[in-house]
Write a protein that binds this ligand. Structure first.
Ligand SMILES: Nc1ncnc2c1ncn2[C@@H]1O[C@H](COP(=O)(O)OP(=O)(O)OP(=O)(O)O)[C@@H](O)[C@H]1O
Ligand SMILES: [Mg+2]
Length: 290
């Protein structure tokens, strides 16, 4: 299994925009099939640029990009579209159908699929993102959060094994953020879709990733599990980011109040388990009973 080619792989990748600005330098980025990987970086660090290179929209001047072991430039365009689904940072860049159903149907229809199959895919994709009821709505009447869901549905209708999302939760309210997280978890864990996403938010998405690539000024600062990446606080600050709120609270309890916290809890669940382990059982029973 470990000999299987990477779903996505770049080696010594560098990219400069036409004005000469070097947006990516010497990037080694690898994603195994079925993985959930987050690019974590502050604004202007090169996330969108790297995503565009991975999806074949920009071509790097140096280094290589492979998809399933084959050079990206060797893929015919239509094959690439079916292999890698890209959800843009701004849904406006992606949606152009008159109605939601028309928009989602665009990709499969373009593949020349029979109309019954197109309709089936549209219904399935809208169901997957929880937007079944939006089918007949005009695209320009949708709220931002609805647009994000429909943009994802349009990509899912192509049934790509690899999904790349640029800032999928930016601009969503807390409920929208939660349901996006749930959706991405379902796509990855239940449907086996390889997911790569870019984000600068430290409190949610990257904590649920298998691995994080921490980027800064077009370079990879660190790669590892969420625990490994967030443990290096100096590096996190160098990347103009911060610890998740819950980790910060627990590390301050340890530093300022001597509370014996082990390691670095990142999620609410981990923090709760740590704190519960420090509270005497009798007290917990009393609290529950009151
Ligand atoms: N067309 C362009 N020409 C020149 N420089 C560009 C161009 N597009 C982006 N850049 C620069 O490349 C760098 C990386 O931009 P990019 O959009 O990839 O960052 P990002 O991490 O996605 O940022 P954000 O979080 O704000 O979306 C930035 O310094 C940006 O100014
Ligand atoms: Mg961006």
């Amino acid at each position: 299994m470990s000999d299987a080619p990477f779903a996505l792989e770049t080696d010594a990748l560098s990219f400069a925009y036409p004005d000469g600005f070097v947006a990516l330098s010497d990037i080694a980025f690898r994603v195994r099939s079925g993985e959930f990987v987050a690019m974590l970086a502050s604004n202007g660090s090169g996330k969108t640029t790297l995503i565009k290179v991975l999806a074949g929209l920009l071509s790097a001047q140096k280094g290589s990009t492979r998809i399933n072991g084959r050079e990206l430039r060797d893929y015919p365009q239509t094959e690439l579209y079916q292999l890698v689904g890209l959800v843009f940072q701004n849904p406006n860049d992606q949606l152009f159908g008159a109605t939601v159903a028309e928009d989602v149907a665009f990709g499969p229809r373009n593949l020349g699929l029979p109309e019954t199959e197109v309709r089936r895919r549209v219904a399935e994709a809208l169901r997957a993102v929880g937007a079944e009821e939006l089918g007949e709505r005009a695209i320009h009447h949708l709220s931002f959060g609805q647009q994000k869901r429909v943009a994802i549905a349009g990509v899912l209708a192509m049934q790509p094994p690899i999904l790349i999302l640029d800032e999928p939760t930016a601009g969503l309210d807390p409920a929208g953020e939660h349901s996006m997280l749930h959706l991405l978890g379902t796509l990855n864990r239940k449907m086996g879709i390889t997911i790569v996403l870019a984000t600068h938010s430290v409190d949610t998405l990257p904590l649920f990733a298998d691995r994080i690539y921490l980027l800064n000024q077009g370079r990879v600062l660190k790669e590892g599990s969420p625990e490994e990446v967030f443990r290096d606080q100096e590096l996190i600050e160098r990347a103009s980011l911060r610890l998740p709120h819950v980790s910060r609270l627990l590390s301050e309890l340890k530093r300022l109040d001597g509370v014996p916290i082990n390691g670095l809890p990142l999620t609410l669940r981990e923090a709760r388990e740590q704190l519960l382990s420090l509270i005497p059982d009798e007290l917990i029973v009393e609290v529950k009973a009151s």
